[in-house]
Design a protein around this ligand. Sequence first.
Ligand code: FHN
Length: 463
Amino acid sequence: MKMIRLSIVALLLTAFAARAADTASPDPYANETKEQRDARMAWWREARFGMFIHWGVYAVPAGTYNGKQIPGIGEWIMNRGKIPKSEYRTYADKFTAAKYDPEKWVALAKAAGMKYIVITSKHHDGFTLFPSAATNWGVGLSPYKNDLLKPLAEACRKNGIKLGFYYSQAQDWNNGGAGNSWDPTNKRSMDEYIDQVAVPQVKEILSNYGEFPAVIWWDTPHDMNPERAAKLIALLKMKPGIIHNNRLGGGFKGDTDTPEQHIPATGIKDRDWETCMTMNGTWGYKSYDDNWKSTKTLIQNLADIASKGGNYLLNVGPTAEGEFPQPIIERLTQIGKWMDVNGDSIHGSSASAFTKLAWGRCTKKITADGGTLFLHVFDWPADGKLVVPGLKSKVTGAKLLAGGAKLDVEQGAGDVTVKVPAAAPDANDSVIALDYTGTLDVNNPPPDPEPAKAAKAPAKKKK
Ligand code: FHN
């Protein structure tokens, strides 16, 4: 009798374990501890600054189709121009990458202080920068013929830059994925596209580049559902430690939030987040988009984002020949000059302890017995006094990062005043390193009241 009872218990336990296994999440990080996650995210959080690269055959028309300038972002030209697949595919012949120099790309990113690169391995048009067994619509049809990602991976490896791959897992206007409403020759269902294109291609980009990708950047989860998303998230176990974002779909929130073209006013609480942003008005190259953000704007965005605990993923759209447009090179070079002097206030920094600073932003680094506040001064005080409101910690010293000049400090009851020279050392963002001892103690003013909501107009009486 006892044996029978034991075997029933054993059967029940086995059944329970099997059921638990069946319902286990496909997300390899579903049961990750905080310590494991912190270790996995450490390099990304330290980086704070990365390069986004949107590169594909859309750089051939470069915003113009049939002699007309097509509005919108350049990588969407097939969609916005309703270009038939057969016509769009002819662009591959002109996607020469003849001047492609991945070493130069990586050198420009590294010199700008960027610590990782995320490149479009496949965007919504379905064209792959890598050879794929799943489709022939890729680099093999271009004059370059070979894998464009491999030499970039090698250049990143040599220079200590992490490489990530953007992959459009749902929209695929040439291979039967979501999003192509204008060319009726889609032969696949969405589930067939996921099984026959997306899954095999994600396996390819996860398998063929050594330790890379360090990041997979999903995008626009159109027509994604939990079942389809599960097939893709399950593949992440092929690359232990890989970081992925919140754009897979199917209810999976990923590791990072991805505010696009804007900086969240107060960051994103309890989430790693990364603002991705163009330098002009387009991700993919457009020959006539010269709406370039100033270097000052880009540097202040970087400081603003870091002061809120986020990362800045700043975009580059190379030409079909593989060159960065000159205005991008100029901005990257200028940002690099600023980072050479002030990079310590960005890399490895954490969010400000101040809710608001009238003159700029603050990033910080905390040590065992104190720390450093990096005061990013956008508006230099005319009276030579920079007031740090509410700082009660014991200040032990202050200096300009540009030139290293020590600054006198007056510690008041609730504020600290730093005596600064008449002229700002940097027109874009002058950084003062303020060292303090003990725990960081800041007495922040109450947040500004929410603006009163406009009273609703009384509902018009029906006649
Ligand atoms: O549709 C894409 C777009 O082309 C671009 O890749 C951006 C970059 O984040 N993501 C999507 C729009 O949100």
